[in-house]
Design a protein around this ligand. Structure first.
Ligand code: SF4
Ligand code: SF4
Length: 313
């Protein structure tokens, strides 16, 4: 969507008539913000904006306007259809966007891969990131072309040694070996060698909850609550929307006033949050490495049995 100057002039006229005349272009979600208005002038201003064809809302303690990256329409890295997921999920929350009835704001952001062009990990309560769970696709002919053009030193200095988990090796014959078990899907090598490397074929999303800027406690990154789920069929997209609804409602019931979802998870503990939502704990949900060397062994055998069964199921 692009604003033309005619529309912007109409915005200015409406806001000078009913409000302060101050307009902020634009908020983190891409909304235009009209700031400063008396209570009695709000509805007439709303009505005039509506007549122009614009929807209002997406501010205050409500579901905020969602954001999604360009996705597969324009980006080869996309691991799912971001526009489809955005539309499917947000259409379920139209009332919650218009009526501020929550403890505080709640944001959905959709990034097609872990480059996370939408900053969803840092800036959304519910982040949906594209990823894959099989092997990175490698075109060894293109790897050799790349090495030929840039030189071995360049590839080693800018690709191999910058892999955060040392999962890459440049072989003597200028082919690339990928230790996929240790790849954490950071996208770095794929970003640099765009012709030679691409995400795997078995694609889906990772879901994180609780990213936010400073408020009651400092900035938080989202925490993984679903390490991998497929997003292909209508049912998959329905499941995503349902999960979003369940998480938002759990927070709406348990969050304190002016408390973001991530702050609530910090307060009640991730284990209680997962239990409340019926989500299985998973080693991928780790927050930071262990600092306590002691391990509790009570119920060990039962836990091992339970883990085996959940993996088999
Ligand atoms: S997040 Fe990934 S898929 Fe989306 S635009 Fe950025 S690089 Fe492309
Ligand atoms: S995607 Fe990241 S973690 Fe995986 S091999 Fe490439 S650089 Fe390493």
């Amino acid at each position: 969507w692009h604003y033309d100057t005619g529309t912007l002039r109409k915005f200015c006229d409406i806001w000078e008539k009913h409000g302060s005349g101050l307009i902020a272009l634009h908020g983190q979600t891409g909304d235009i913000m009209f700031q400063g208005c008396t209570t009695e002038n709000i509805q007439p201003a709303f009505d005039e904006f509506n007549e122009l064809g614009f929807d209002m809302g997406g501010a205050g303690p409500a579901v905020r306007t969602g954001m999604s990256c360009v996705g597969p329409a324009r980006c080869e890295h996309a691991c799912y259809d971001t526009a489809r997921a955005h539309r499917r999920v947000l259409n379920d929350f139209i009332d919650d966007i218009h009526r501020p009835a929550l403890p505080y704001k709640f944001k959905f952001k959709f990034s097609g891969c872990t480059n996370d062009c939408m900053n969803s990990i840092q800036r959304s309560d519910f982040a949906i990131l594209g990823t894959w769970r099989d092997d990175i696709q490698v075109d060894q002919t293109e790897v050799k072309n790349f090495v030929n053009t840039k030189g071995r030193d360049y590839v080693i200095d800018n690709v191999v040694t910058r892999c955060p988990t040392r999962a890459l090796k440049l072989n003597a014959d200028d082919t690339l070996a990928v230790d996929n078990r240790n790849c954490v899907k950071c996208m770095h090598c794929i970003n640099v060698m765009t012709k030679a490397l691409s995400p795997g074929k078995e694609r889906g999303v990772t879901i994180l909850v609780g990213g936010k800027r400073t408020l009651k406690i400092g900035d938080l990154f989202g925490t993984v609550v679903v390490p991998f789920m497929k997003l292909e069929t209508d049912e998959d997209y329905d499941r995503l929307a349902e999960l979003g609804r369940n998480i938002m409602e759990f927070w709406a019931e348990n969050g304190l006033e002016h408390e973001r979802c991530g702050e609530m998870v910090e307060r009640i503990g991730l284990a209680n949050f997962l239990e409340g939502l019926g989500l299985e704990p998973d080693p991928n949900m780790i927050n930071h490495p262990r600092t306590n060397p002691f391990v509790r062994m009570d119920d060990w055998d039962e836990e091992v049995e339970r883990l085996k069964q959940s993996k088999a199921g």
